[in-house]
Design a binder for this molecule. Structure first.
Ligand code: AMP
Length: 632
């Protein structure tokens, strides 16, 4: 029996042997010539010369053994509907979507932006892109038109796919008007928009000559057999935009072969998901978790994947556990915020259903505090595993690996580095290795394993500059997270080292939010910081300087100005980024060289000591922050 320690050691000491073995978990049309090419660090090419296809591995190859097994089960507690697709039916739908894309002129290598709620058609569109070798870029529905426009201009898609609307807590959430708005704002809009009309929005408007109705086109192109395009392992499979320290989002680019192998391996060694079993990831298809663990991972493993549209507490706080019971879910994946939401409800919901099928509940996306970890573990009576990863890595970096060895779980810890990752804790000052108990930067010695981002879309230089330039003498990938290790080697993460905040598991750059606040015509400048929030982990808080302060003399004037600024953020970025409050000041605390002292502001907002202030230009600026916080 291999131990997790030996497994990890071998993955680093014999990378080629280790990953060649994992590569057997997927189908190759043409075998690879070499396992890895690391001749141009930090760029790494995995399974060089091999040809494969993600859609083939996720769908076609299962037809013989499990054509009649459900592949995708869509459960919407928003519109009270359930639909189930066997692998055979999924293939038919994906072929149909692929035929539509071909008919609309989408070629291999072209980009397709998908802006859709959690509906099966979104999965068909994603897999159809993979099938024809088009590069999909799914944008989370919570993002507003200006964010979508920025992504359009970066990806320059040949096609956009959308739906009329989604639904949240029973309320209509329009998608199509945002696409229209973003196309009006974009410099490089696509010629065509494919629209799946769910019949939710009676006011849906189609643009003549540009918008195509999904069902009408499907009726014309249905039945065509569009085969899988065999792609070289390192061809791009998708782009997923993520927030960083600068205002412009980064396109995380992933490959084909390494991605397939990494996900297949993670299903086996980490998630313990067997073919024929059911996986339930409660995420949105617009996030990395949705890509890896609603779509590709479970389908590559031959599992049934549940796609859920809804919230965890409607119709009641037992809805997810009822799904686990009814569908015999063996692997579940969710986020700490969702658990904190459930914690506000009767714990009896956790014990009302038969959860014996559930092998593990995995949680990720943000720090899992110890009380929440304990509450959900004790409440469910099933193992709950905290694990840590990022959009950039695509699969877990720090995790227990129950498929390799069962280890004791410590509350609040994502355990140990996963195979393939040479994780180090490095001192911020000089990049040297930190000792046990010392807070340091979580870094990974390259080459990064298969499945991690290959580069920033269209900008190799930015990839190197952003991720590999943290330390002057140590060439490592920085996760931009603080971490520490206890005497037993268990890791703990301690928040971001950069200006990125995590709101309910959604990663947002404070600079992006500042740009959105600044878009209000009467804002001169602002500072946005993340402050601790008992439900969402963190929330943005804005401090703004008005160009014209005439309205700020009265509480009513301040309140209406604050509302306007919040609406500006909604329109620019989306409601996910809306600050908890906007405080008005006449001066921001800055250093003499003009840098805003965000860490000092954040400390005050969280009731902590603001720390070293020797470089501050005007100390009265901090008094203004204190007063504004007191005013509330
Ligand atoms: P995203 O790329 O949006 O998934 O966000 C990744 C970031 O979320 C990481 O860099 C961490 O800051 C945070 N994160 C993800 N998983 C965990 C976890 N298990 N514990 C603590 N932080 C996490």
């Amino acid at each position: 029996m291999t131990t997790r320690r030996d497994f990890h050691r071998r993955s680093l000491e014999d990378r080629e042997g280790f990953w060649a073995e994992q590569a057997l978990l997927v189908d190759w049309f043409r075998p690879f010539e070499s396992v890895l090419d690391y001749s141009s660090p930090p760029f790494v090419r995995w399974f060089v010369g091999g040809q494969t296809n993600l859609c083939h591995n996720a769908v076609d190859r299962h037809l013989a053994a499990r054509g009649d097994q459900p592949a995708l089960v869509w459960i919407s507690t928003e519109v009270n509907e359930t639909q189930s697709y066997t692998y055979r039916e999924l293939l038919t739908e994906v072929r149909r979507a692929a035929a539509m894309m071909r008919a609309l002129g989408v070629d291999t290598g072209d980009r397709v932006i998908i802006y859709m709620p959690n509906v099966p058609e979104a999965v068909f569109a994603i897999l159809a892109c993979a099938r024809i070798g088009a590069v999909h870029s799914v944008v989370f529905g919570g993002f507003a038109a200006a964010s979508l426009a920025a992504r359009i201009d970066d990806a320059r898609p040949a096609l956009m796919v959308t739906a009329d609307a989604g639904s949240r807590m029973g309320k209509l959430v329009r998608y199509k008007p945002l696409v229209d708005e973003s196309i009006a704002l974009a410099r490089h809009p696509p010629d065509k928009v494919l629209v799946f009309n769910r019949g939710l929005d009676p006011e849906l408007q189609m643009v003549e000559g540009r918008d195509i109705d999904w069902q009408a086109l499907a009726a014309r192109t249905g039945g065509q057999d569009v085969g899988c395009e065999w792609l070289e392992s390192n061809a791009p499979s998708y782009i997923l935009y993520t927030s960083g320290t600068t205002g412009s989002p980064k396109g995380v680019q992933r490959d084909v072969g390494g991605h397939a192998v990494a996900l297949a391996a993670s299903m086996k060694h980490i998630y313990c998901g067997e073919a024929g079993e059911t996986m339930f990831a409660t995420s949105d298809i617009g996030w990395a978790v949705g890509h890896s663990y609603i779509i590709y991972g479970p389908l590559i493993a031959g599992m049934t994947s549940i796609l859920y549209e809804g919230v965890p507490v409607r119709p009641d706080a037992g809805v997810w556990w009822r799904i686990v019971q009814d569908y015999g879910v063996s692997v579940m994946f969710s986020a700490p915020t969702a658990i904190r939401v459930l914690k506000k409800h009767d714990p009896a919901y956790l014990t009302q259903y038969d959860l014996s099928s559930l092998k593990h509940l995995f949680l990720a996306g943000e720090p899992l505090d110890e009380p929440t970890h304990r509450w959900i573990h004790e409440g469910l009576g099933r193992p709950v595993i905290d694990h840590y990863w990022q959009t950039e890595t695509g699969w877990p970096v720090l995790t227990a690996m129950p498929g390799v060895e069962s280890i004791p779980i410590k509350y609040g810890s994502p355990s140990f580095p996963a195979y393939g990752y040479d994780v180090r804790l490095l001192r911020e000052s000089d990049g040297s290795e930190a000792g046990a108990g010392e807070k340091a930067v979580v870094a990974i010695v390259p080459p990064l394993p298969p499945g991690c981002m290959s580069t920033v879309w269209g900008d190799d230089e930015r990839y190197v500059q952003t991720y590999f330039s943290t330390f002057s003498h140590t060439f490592v990938y920085s996760t931009f997270d603080w971490g520490t290790r206890d005497a037993d080697g268990y890791f703990y993460t301690l928040g971001r080292t950069d200006d990125v905040i995590n709101v309910a598991g959604h990663r947002l750059g404070t600079r992006e939010i500042e740009e959105a606040v600044n878009a209000h015509p009467n804002i001169a400048e602002c500072a946005v910081v993340g402050v601790a929030d008992s439900l969402k982990g963190q929330m943005p808080l804005a401090f703004a300087v008005a160009k014209d302060g005439a309205r700020l003399g009265s509480a009513d004037g301040r309140r209406s100005f604050e509302q306007e600024v919040m609406h500006t953020v909604d329109r620019q970025l989306g409601a996910v980024a809306r600050p908890r409050a906007v405080h008005f000041v006449t001066l921001l605390p800055k250093t003499r060289s003009g840098k805003t002292l965000r860490r000092a502001i954040q400390a005050l907002a969280e009731g902590r000591d603001p720390g070293d202030l020797t470089t501050i230009e005007d100390p009265s600026a901090l008094d203004q922050i204190r007063d504004a916080l007191l005013r509330g």
